[in-house]
Every structure is written in structure tokens, then in C-alpha cells.
Write a protein that binds this ligand. Structure first.
Ligand code: KIV
Length: 280
């Protein structure tokens, strides 16, 4: 609630209350003002400006080339698409891109801080739970920057992990469960868990106090996140755990093709007068 009567965006930590009350948390990605307006109108609790925008909107084969400047540019566009009063808007969380937080705590604070300072983002997401990453998260949280963790398939580690399902054997499951507890301990307000066996999603949900937001981690999580472009069928190749709700690409291509055809047809029959007046 808002005891001072100030209208403000939801605090990231309020998602913990969602978990406590059993309200399922919905997170959708957005990458520009068009997509953020759609996601807000759909009623999502959180907009994630994911670095998947590098693949979805910028045409890169991985998320690695995405820069901090691009994340800021897209997050600002996402903010311009929001139209509800500030206290009704979804929470906006922005991914820290590859190499903006792996090179030390000072650089990470500067990167995350610049996103919070210059856009509508109220928190950042970063991948992994190696000791260096835990130290970075601890520092960010102490500096007033809310952090969402991300484990399982972490696309920034594609050259180490591939795009495969993670934590399939007992040893890696034990490691992942410990990493999740570590992320909670250093102050993450929520955890995204991607492409792991369903039992890991539900175990994390039970064992963590912070909300566990799944994607390809089964239904028994505190919430779900999806890449909006996948969900509305715009991307040409969807991951196996994210089936499109509508064949968006096909629908749009058909509509546009019929417009193009119509234009060509009307161009084939110009009025005699117009063609006679055409200059040589
Ligand atoms: O970048 C992204 O869109 C993400 C989601 C898949 C969780 O990290």
C-alpha cells in the first residue's frame, strides 16, 4: 500500500506478497512501446525488457551482442508505451546485458543504476549464481537496486550450456537448488527458472520464500514468464516450452499480402485519363 498517498509503481519486493497470498505472477516481455502497450492492456503483473530482444527485435542469433545502450533505448520505449496511471502500471524489470555485470561490482552498479536512473525500470535481472555474480547482486541490492535472479537455461552462457534443458542429473539439480538459495540469501526479490525438469520448478517454489517464475519449468511455480513474441506467434522458431497462442506471423503475413495484392491489382487498372496525362 501507499501510506504517504504517493502514486508510485509497484515495488519489486511486493511480488513476495503475491507468493504469500497465492496470487500467480504473470510476466511478459516487451521490447518497444507497441509491445508494452499490448502487455499492459493484457494485465500482466510485470513487464520484462528481456535481452531476448536481441534475437526478437534486433535479429541477432544470440543475446550476447546486446549492449547496455540498446537495453536503455528499448526500456525507454517500453516506458513510453505504458498508459495506465503509474500506480496501476505493471512493474518493469530490465535485463542487464552480457558483460555489463561480469566485469566487477562497480561496473555493474553503474550499468544497473543507469537503467533505473534513465528509464521506467524498477529492477534488473541478471543470470547465474557464480560467486562473482553473488557478490555483484549483494552490492546492487545494498545500493538500492532490486535484482531478479535467473537460473537453469541462461542464454548468456549459450557457449557453455547450449540452449538445452538444464539440471537433468542429480548432481546438477543439487547444484541448482543451492544456487537458488544463494540468490535468495544475497537479496534477489524473485527468481526466473528456465528450461529445467518440472520437479525443480515445484521444489524451488516450496523451498524459497521469494517467488519462482518459471519458463519451461512446469506449471507448479509461483508465476510464469514468456517471451511475448513467442506467445503471439511472431517468431519463426519457438522454444519447445512456449507454444504460440495464435499463429500471429501467419495472420499478419496473410493480411499484409492481401493488402499488397490489392494495391497491385488497383495499379494494373489505372484510369485511362491518368495514364494519358503521365509525362513521357
Ligand atoms: O530475455 C528474456 O526474455 C528472458 C526470459 C526468457 C526470461 O530472460
Amino acid at each position: 500500500m501507499d501510506p504517504l498517498g504517493l502514486s508510485r509503481q509497484m515495488l519489486p519486493a511486493e511480488l513476495i506478497r503475491f507468493k504469500q497470498t497465492g496470487k500467480v505472477i504473470t510476466v511478459l516481455t516487451a521490447w518497444d512501446s507497441l509491445s508494452s502497450a499490448l502487455v499492459e492492456a493484457a494485465g500482466a503483473d510485470v513487464i520484462l525488457v528481456g535481452d531476448s530482444l536481441g534475437m526478437v527485435a534486433l535479429g541477432h542469433p544470440t543475446t550476447l551482442p546486446v549492449t547496455l545502450e540498446q537495453m536503455l533505448h528499448h526500456t525507454q520505449a517500453v516506458g513510453r508505451g505504458l498508459y495506465l496511471p503509474i500506480n496501476k502500471q505493471p512493474l518493469v524489470v530490465c535485463d542487464l546485458p552480457f558483460l555489463s555485470y561480469q566485469c566487477g561490482e562497480d561496473k555493474a552498479v553503474a550499468a544497473a543504476g543507469s537503467l533505473l536512473k534513465n528509464s521506467c525500470a524498477a529492477g534488473v535481472k541478471l543470470e547465474g549464481a557464480e560467486p562473482e555474480i553473488l557478490a555483484v547482486i549483494e552490492r546492487l541490492v545494498r545500493m538500492g537496486i532490486p535484482v531478479m535472479g535467473h537460473l537453469g537455461l541462461t542464454p548468456q552462457a549459450v557457449h557453455r550450456l547450449g540452449y538445452r534443458k538444464q539440471a537433468e542429473d542429480q548432481q546438477s539439480q543439487i547444484k541448482l537448488l543451492k544456487q537458488a538459495v544463494d540468490l535468495q540469501q544475497v537479496g534477489c526479490f524473485a527468481l526466473v527458472i528456465e528450461h529445467v525438469p518440472e520437479c525443480i520448478g515445484s521444489r524451488l517454489k516450496k523451498e524459497l520464500q521469494i517467488p519462482v517464475i518459471g519458463i519451461g519449468a512446469g506449471d507448479d511455480c509461483d508465476g510464469q514468464v514468456r517471451v511475448t513474441a513467442d506467445l503471439i506467434g511472431l517468431t519463426s522458431k519457438q522454444p519447445p516450452f512456449s507454444q504460440p497462442l495464435v499463429p500471429g506471423r501467419k495472420l499478419f503475413i496473410e493480411a499484409l499480402a492481401s493488402w499488397v495484392k490489392e494495391q497491385h491489382r488497383s495499379g494494373e487498372n489505372p484510369t485511362k485519363e491518368a495514364s494519358q496525362q503521365a509525362p513521357d
